[in-house]
Write a protein that binds this ligand. Structure first.
Ligand SMILES: Cc1ncc(COP(=O)(O)O)c(C=O)c1O
Length: 403
């Protein structure tokens, strides 16, 4: 099971069901959501591809420099991407085991075999050396999951796909809106890229997502696949007299209410990103001493990868210490959570996928990682308190005696 920051039985019992004093996430609300929702409700249609969708897509398009289509979720954006790659049964898709099931499901739904590889210990993003070693004549795609909004090494992954004709680079940028690699926005590197606007992301409309189509030759087809396999997008633009069912497709459009909330939030993306980056830096400043003393390990991306403060994670020395730290924080009303359980070790992952190489870093991260509360409304004083409690629990014997 993924631990999405939801309450564990232990945590609920320590906070008497009254909610966390300092939760891991808080739903983002930035100001104009209600006004835009009221406008949307008074509009002509609440279906996909209305006025608010067009406006939100334009904002994203301006940032990313390529056409964007909104989807009902990040999962749905990945499914649309997999449909567009025309995968055949037995084709292989390389992805990190340390990710959300959606990254793999999308390709398995098309009959492809997920090939699970390890991640880089400095970022927990796909390890380019492992990716290179995993390529076979059946490889059709390499999925770069930008964990916690931090870029994979896109120089090396870009070079790798350039050397292998027929292998597409796909960005799972679910966490990564507002992040960049060498100053260029994440989501603009892959032939396509998927974003998530789930409630736990930096910007969210409850459930939502987007697909960026950087390889423009794919756009017309993606539009059809997104709209039940029909050419309705062309019909709306007046390019054809009627629309028809032309191939296998799905329903991957976001309704106007979601798009209205998303637009309201997109207008504040830079402010939210700046605040999250500042909070992330504050955590790292506070935790540096514990890192120097060997109590925790922090992630250290290269300078080329500018993050968006989506996740602040530490790795404890052992799984037992991580679990005790989590329980100690929960007792103080502070929600902290592990992240992904490795897909290669999950019941379904074992039955449909295969591993390439060692997954040592992935297994270490799954057992020792703990995410700390990070959202744009966390106060500096709350970060300081979390750091202080982590310090007390790890150093001051605060864990002693807790089972
Ligand atoms: C790496 C990754 N990819 C894809 C998704 C799926 O996004 P969504 O929840 O919007 O479907 C998630 C969800 O958190 C994720 O963490």
């Amino acid at each position: 099971m993924q631990v999405e920051g939801g309450r564990t039985a232990a945590a609920v019992s320590t906070t008497a069901g009254a909610g966390w004093r300092i939760p891991l996430h808080r739903t983002t609300r930035l100001g104009s959501e209600l006004r835009y929702l009221a406008e949307a409700l008074q509009g002509e249609s609440l279906a996909a591809d209305g006025v608010f969708s067009a406006r939100a897509e334009r904002v994203l398009q301006l940032r990313l420099g390529a056409p964007v289509r909104l989807t009902p979720s990040g999962t749905s954006a990945l499914e649309l991407c997999a449909l567009g790659l025309d995968l055949q049964p037995g084709d292989e898709v390389i992805l990190p085991s340390f990710t959300f099931p959606s990254t793999a499901n999308a390709f398995v739904l098309r009959g492809a075999v997920p090939v699970f590889i390890d991640v880089d210990p400095k970022t927990l993003c796909l390890d380019p050396r492992a990716a290179e070693a995993a390529i076979t004549p059946r490889t059709r795609a390499l999925v770069a999951v930008h964990y916690g909004g931090v870029a994979c090494d896109l120089d090396r992954l870009g070079a790798l796909v350039a050397q292998h004709e027929g292998v597409a680079l796909v960005e799972d940028a679910a966490h990564a809106l507002g992040s960049s690699w060498r100053g260029r926005p994440l989501g603009s590197f892959g032939s396509v890229a998927a974003f998530s606007f789930h409630a736990t992301k930096n910007l969210g409309c409850g459930e939502g997502g987007a697909l960026v189509v950087n390889e423009r030759r794919r756009l017309a087809r993606i539009e059809m696949l997104r709209d039940k396999g029909t050419d309705r997008a062309r019909f709306r633009r007046g390019e054809v007299a009627r629309y028809q069912w032309r191939e296998l497709g799905g329903s991957h459009g976001l309704g106007e209410l979601g798009a209205a909330v998303l637009l309201a939030q997109l207008e504040h993306l830079d402010r939210v990103t700046a605040r999250r980056r500042a909070l992330h830096a504050r955590y790292h400043d506070g935790l540096r001493e514990l890192e120097a003393s060997g109590h925790v390990t922090l992630l250290h991306p290269p300078a080329a990868a500018q993050g968006n403060g989506h996740v602040c994670a530490l790795l404890a020395a052992t799984e037992r210490e991580r679990d005790r730290l989590r329980a100690g924080l929960a007792a103080a009303g502070i929600e902290a959570a592990p992240h992904y359980e490795p897909l290669h070790a999950s019941p379904f992952g074992r039955s449909v996928g295969r591993c390439a190489g060692s997954l040592r870093v992935t297994e270490g991260a799954a057992s020792r990682l703990l995410r700390l509360p990070l959202h744009h409304t966390v106060q500096d004083g709350e970060v300081d308190e979390v750091v202080e409690r982590v310090r007390m629990l790890l150093r001051g014997g605060g864990l002693a005696g807790r089972a």
